[in-house]
Design a protein around this ligand. Structure first.
Ligand SMILES: CC(C)(COP(=O)(O)OP(=O)(O)OC[C@H]1O[C@@H](n2cnc3c(N)ncnc32)[C@H](O)[C@@H]1OP(=O)(O)O)[C@@H](O)C(=O)NCCC(=O)NCCS
Length: 153
């Protein structure tokens, strides 16, 4: 039923609608276009299949740096949450990154973002650091979380 494919410029309107519903400081079109143009970045959109032309429900973006997957975005539209869709996106992202040689995932998250922390804990992420007042708009710290992608790494 669900369709997962690399984000293209044609997906941006649907993606930006979800972004606006999910984040206080959403990325704009130019930021996404710049991100998607990077050779070390990837993005995947989850949507319901045709004929539902407006079926985007969530996405994941990450960079591959120094053999690590750096998660830059994961979001599911509010009305589609609680159905395992972020988990599906995260698994796909981690499988893709593993196939491209990544051995670990790193990300930053607000300590108050309980749904995201629940998601990351479920997948075995552990806190490895804390960046003081990382989020300039609120002065909140960022927790730095990590998990390995391979048993032997
Ligand atoms: C975080 C987010 C992506 C989760 O999306 P989702 O599709 O609802 O998540 P899933 O249904 O796949 O849940 C997977 C796991 O995450 C955890 N989780 C999800 N929602 C949760 C909540 N409200 N409270 C606590 N844990 C939660 C649970 O462990 C869940 O596993 P379970 O269903 O077996 O208990 C979604 O809430 C979102 O888009 N938030 C806004 C954007 C955001 O904050 N992104 C992360 C930035 S770091």
């Amino acid at each position: 039923m669900w369709d997962l494919h690399p984000v293209t410029a044609a997906d941006l309107s649907a993606l930006l609608d979800i972004e606006a519903a999910c984040f206080d400081r959403p990325w704009n079109r130019d930021v996404f276009l710049d991100e998607l143009a990077r050779r070390d970045a990837a993005g995947y959109l989850l949507r319901r299949p045709a004929p539902d032309a407006n079926g985007a429900v969530g996405y994941i973006c990450f960079r591959l740096l120094y053999g690590e997957m750096h998660l830059t975005k994961i979001a599911v539209a509010p009305q589609w949450r609680g159905q395992g869709l972020a988990a599906r996106l995260l698994v796909h992202g981690m499988e893709t990154a593993t196939a491209l040689g990544a051995t670990a995932v790193l990300l930053q998250v607000r300590p108050t973002n309980r749904p995201a922390l629940g998601l990351y804990r479920r997948f075995g992420f552990r806190q490895i650091g804390r960046r003081k007042q990382y989020f300039s708009e609120t002065g909140e710290d960022a927790l730095v979380l990590m998990r390995h992608l391979k048993e032997d790494s």
